[in-house]
Design a protein around this ligand. Structure first.
Ligand SMILES: Nc1nc2c(c(=O)[nH]1)N[C@H]1C(S)=C(S)[C@@H](COP(=O)(O)O)O[C@H]1N2
Ligand SMILES: [Mo]
Length: 429
């Protein structure tokens, strides 16, 4: 019989790294637990910010959510940077956790090959939860990363997939944490992080033999300290952060954001800031945005306004971000008419009777060509129908003749090439 102790991964002797052990796995697991909690909570907030209770396919991508929508509340319009912050955290922390996740999986990989695979019913349940945990985690990271890189493999299904996937993953995580808390607490107490960070290669020894099957039975001599491994993982996270954060933080950092599709170099003209979907991409032509364009307002009465009519109304300037669910953002000075002034023009004198508005654009077919806005978004004095940006007329790509800019809304609410706004509420007859 050939000796398979070194070639067969189902043999415990195959796994030889002297660094694997409950302490290392617990440290990585704790970082993941804290980070993923942040990612989960900010993800739930993002779903809320879409105003799913207003319905419509772009506001509510998961109408069948049932009790999973238990926490939904009216997303505030202030502070105006809140969605930019929560969604920036969601995407950036998620990206920075990738090296930690890989290291964590590496640290427990011998258990994937544990033989026999199921030793008891309790262990069967636990392994099933691990399948959902690893599968769900992989699914969430993969769908998230693919989406922020504009590779829309799940055209509009992304939101539903990412939302339900998150709940599956979190349910499995809760089970996992319940099974492991005691082991983790004991493991973390077994060594001090500070001590480990001071230990050189000569003093790097395997953790004591454990009953969980993480510590190598036949460890090889160390080639790296635990400090080195943690530095490698942390350094990887920092590098990813440095090369992505600029797409949402902006400023000089944007040039560094080489991993992010909305990073890179920007000019200094009024319209030199990122465009997510260009007019050409959305099939918007110059002709339909020309002098014949009218904005249709439907409320208690119906009004049609030309761009000149809109420019003749009181103009207001607000510094507002476009903050996309995809994690990038850009803050600019927008000038135009307050949405609440348009509410008034549509004949709604009493804002208390307003429930919301349906905004439509010139865009035909799919994509985010319409949105439903809530009353608080319409009535906030900083929410605009923007006609100009940074002192110049909007360019076609930035939404000419007019685009909505909602205070603290997710990017998807900032409809470009607006053609109509229909208000609804108790004033309707
Ligand atoms: N008509 C229209 N408006 C739109 C979109 C679109 O595809 N079509 N995309 C929305 C999304 S998802 C975002 S994040 C912002 C991005 O603005 P930008 O394309 O000007 O960068 O516009 C929003 N408004
Ligand atoms: Mo977006």
């Amino acid at each position: 019989m050939p000796d398979t102790t070194r070639t067969n991964p189902f043999r415990p002797t195959f796994w030889r790294s002297p660094l694997r052990g409950p302490w290392l796995t617990s440290v990585l697991g704790l970082v993941l637990l804290v980070g993923l909690t942040l990612v989960f909570v900010t993800g739930l907030l993002s779903y809320d910010a879409y105003n799913p209770w207003l319905g419509g396919k772009f506001n509510d991508p998961t109408p069948g959510r049932g009790i999973l929508g238990f926490y939904l509340f009216e997303w505030p319009t202030r502070p105006v940077w809140l969605y930019r912050l929560t969604q920036g955290v969601h995407v950036l922390v998620g990206l920075a956790l990738v090296p930690v996740l890989l290291a964590k999986l590496w640290s427990v990989i011998p258990k994937l090959f544990a033989w026999p695979p199921v030793a008891s019913p309790a262990q069967a349940i636990e392994r099933l939860s691990l399948l959902l945990l690893v599968g769900g985690g992989f699914f969430e990271f993969a769908t998230g990363i693919v989406n922020i890189q504009y590779w829309y493999v799940f055209p509009t299904g992304f939101y539903a997939a990412h939302f339900y996937g998150a709940w599956v993953f979190v349910a499995a995580l809760v089970v996992h944490v319940a099974f492991r808390t005691r082991i983790v607490v004991t493991a973390l107490r077994s060594r001090s992080l500070r001590g480990e960070l001071r230990t050189g290669l000569a003093d790097t020894h395997p953790e004591p033999p454990d009953s969980h099957g993480l510590v190598a039975q036949a460890p090889a001599p160390p080639t790296m300290t635990r400090r080195g491994l943690l530095a490698l993982v942390g350094g990887g996270s920092l590098l990813i952060l440095a090369m992505s954060a600029g797409q949402t933080i902006g400023g000089p950092l944007r040039r560094l954001a080489l991993l992010a599709p909305r990073g890179g170099v920007q000019g200094t003209a009024p319209g030199d800031f990122p465009v997510n979907k260009t007019a050409a991409y959305r099939g918007i032509t110059v002709a339909e945005t020309g002098p014949d364009w009218r904005l249709l307002l439907v409320g208690r009465r119906t009004v049609r306004l030309s761009r000149a009519d809109l420019l003749a109304l009181p103009q207001h300037t607000e510094r507002l971000p476009i903050a996309c669910v995809e994690g990038w953002s850009t803050v600019q000075d927008w000038t135009g008419v307050r949405l609440r002034d348009l509410v008034g023009l549509a004949g709604l004198k009493d804002p208390g009777t307003l429930a919301g508005a349906h905004v439509e654009s010139l865009q035909r077919g799919g994509g985010f060509g319409s949105a439903n806005l809530a009353a608080n978004q319409l009535l906030d004095p900083r929410s605009l129908l923007a006609l100009r940006v940074n002192g110049a007329d909007l360019s076609l790509d930035h939404g000419f003749p007019a685009r909505v800019m909602v205070a603290n809304g997710p990017g998807v609410h900032n409809t470009k090439w607006v053609s109509a706004m229909t208000f609804h509420g108790t004033f309707e007859v």
